[in-house]
Design a protein around this ligand. Structure first.
Ligand code: ADP
Ligand code: ASP
Ligand code: MG
Length: 490
């Protein structure tokens, strides 16, 4: 018994992928709710958010058959879920709710294909949030059916954000007020609120989203605003691993990492936690656990402000496989710092993330490594900011390499440890791969480098073998005893 802690539990897409997965979530929640006060945050069913984006795209391009097929798929997936999960007396109500959601999506698609115009970010947010709305509604209904007091809560009633549609930032103070109004009274009555993840609302009540993968962020925002003791993120792997298990099947679970490490890890491609999710938790100083909903008995990874160092200086190796290197060169007789300054200012204003940048000492060359999806926008910016410099030949035409993978080697204990770079690049050299660009942050938390995209996975495996080999004593494997869901964390 843990004295009635407040725990926010988030279930990701694969954890609510079908009726059987919903049953497992409900079992986890039902058991935990016997001991602690639980708030649940739910993602859309696996693949559903992508499906909504595809549906919108099809409608926008006037592709009637594809729009219709996608809408049908959206409806079928949820209708099957309801048929397999909800008891017969409640199915009509559940199907009515689904019909409302489908009608909302369908009407918007009809308008979009009639106009054939670009969709506003505001309208897109109101539609892509529907996947979470329906999955949270169904989970709440299913829990009630099992006898666990629960209530569906719209994300718009809880998470207050700015109006940056598609990538909104939370207003924690306003969210705190809404938690007091909508969540805490339910908890006091012994009810489990089931909140739709990924979205929120701006000050005028319009739906916003927190960026792809944003339900993790929803959980920590609510955790901070509601004064949670812990946030548990339930996913489909045992925790944060030493590498992406799809690239390194022998990757091991890390028992502990720090928020700083989690932020770097997520930034450089580890999808297991949203890059911004660590901030509210680090600020409010409560632990975040990453746990496997398929194996709830496994302890998982604990993320805190003061994680114990691992035995190996390198904790994890991650990669961004779709990256672009843009190289800019100036004429030798100009002083280019002012040019680079203007460029970075614009990148900041446009909220474009630079994975890393390199500048050679005579200052005539700048290498920018970005996500491939951002490269066309950055090239456009370069052309507009430097129109005159390009025309006068002060700046040479940008060189673009779209076939880049960024590999990041991470760990707080690398700081001050000699020989890490040597070992990293010896491992890369053994693959006979040449390194295109390198950066080591002043924080010494990460070393990032760019290689040819086709060789990225091989390089991740080589560096992972060098530092995180299970055969070596240095591997930080999961050392904790297993714990049950009911008793929670130690
Ligand atoms: P969810 O749908 O639960 O939010 P995600 O797909 O967003 O789950 O994140 C979990 C996935 O992250 C895992 O299935 C795994 O493939 C991937 N992943 C990438 N790097 C790592 C890592 N270092 N540790 C754990 N998982 C990782
Ligand atoms: N469903 C949303 C997405 O796929 C949010 C999430 O799952 O975290 O991006
Ligand atoms: Mg995710």
């Amino acid at each position: 018994m843990h004295g009635n802690r407040l725990i926010v539990m988030k279930f990701g897409g694969t954890s609510v992928g079908n009726a059987e997965r919903f049953r497992q979530c409900a079992a986890i929640v039902g058991e935990a709710a016997k001991h602690d006060r639980i708030v649940v945050v739910v993602s859309a069913m696996a693949g559903v958010t992508d499906l909504i984006f595809k549906t919108i795209e099809a409608a926008r391009h006037g592709d009637g058959p594809a729009t219709e097929a996608n809408l049908q798929k959206f409806e079928d997936v949820h209708r099957r879920l309801i048929a397999n999960l909800i008891e017969p007396q409640q199915q009509a109500a559940a199907n009515d709710y689904l019909a409302e959601v489908v009608a909302h999506l369908k009407n918007a698609c009809t308008a979009l294909s009639a106009l054939r115009s670009d969709i506003s970010a505001q309208t897109a947010d109101s539609l892509v949030a529907l996947g979470e709305r329906i999955s949270a509604w169904v989970l709440a209904g299913y829990l009630q059916q099992l006898g666990t007091h629960s209530e569906f809560i719209r994300a718009e009633n809880v998470i207050a954000t700015d109006s940056n549609f598609g990538n909104a930032a939370p207003d924690i103070e306003a969210t705190r007020k809404q938690c007091r109004q909508f969540l805490l009274p339910l908890l006091d009555r012994g009810t489990v609120p089931i909140v739709a993840g990924y979205s929120g609302a701006d000050a005028s009540g319009k739906s916003t989203t927190l960026g792809r993968g944003g339900s993790d962020y929803s959980a920590t925002i609510i955790g901070a605003a509601a004064g949670a003791d812990e946030v548990w993120i339930w996913t489909d792997v045992d925790g944060v691993l030493t590498a992406d298990p799809r690239i390194c099947p022998d990757a091991a679970t890390l028992p502990e990492i720090s928020f700083e490490e989690a932020i770097e890890l997520a930034y450089y491609g580890a999808k297991v936690i949203h890059p911004k999710a660590a901030y509210p938790a680090a600020e409010a100083d409560f632990p975040v656990w990453i746990k496997n909903s398929f194996r709830p008995e496994v302890a998982g990874t604990k993320i805190t402000n003061d994680a114990r160092p691992a035995n190996s200086p390198v904790k994890s190796v991650t990669s961004v496989k779709d990256a672009t290197l843009i190289s800019l060169f100036t004429r030798r007789d100009v002083h280019p710092v002012e040019l680079w300054g203007r460029l970075f200012l614009r990148l900041g204003q446009e909220q474009i993330e630079v994975l890393f940048a390199t500048q050679s000492s005579p200052e005539h060359a700048l290498g920018l490594v970005l996500r491939k999806a951002d490269a066309p926008r950055v090239l456009q910016l370069i052309h507009s900011i430097f129109r005159i410099e390009l025309a006068q030949g002060v700046l040479l035409p940008a060189e673009v390499n779209n076939e880049i993978a960024v590999v990041a080697v991470l760990g707080e204990s690398m700081k001050g440890t000699c020989g890490i770079l040597g070992r990293v690049f010896s491992a890369v050299a053994r693959c006979d791969v040449s390194v295109i660009a390198v950066a080591q942050g002043a924080s010494e938390l990460s070393i990032c480098f760019a290689v040819a995209a086709a060789r990225g996975a091989e390089v991740v495996r080589a560096v992972h073998d060098e530092f995180c080999q299970p055969a070596g004593a240095s591997i930080p494997v999961c050392l904790r005893p297993n714990i049950s869901v009911a008793t929670g964390t130690q």
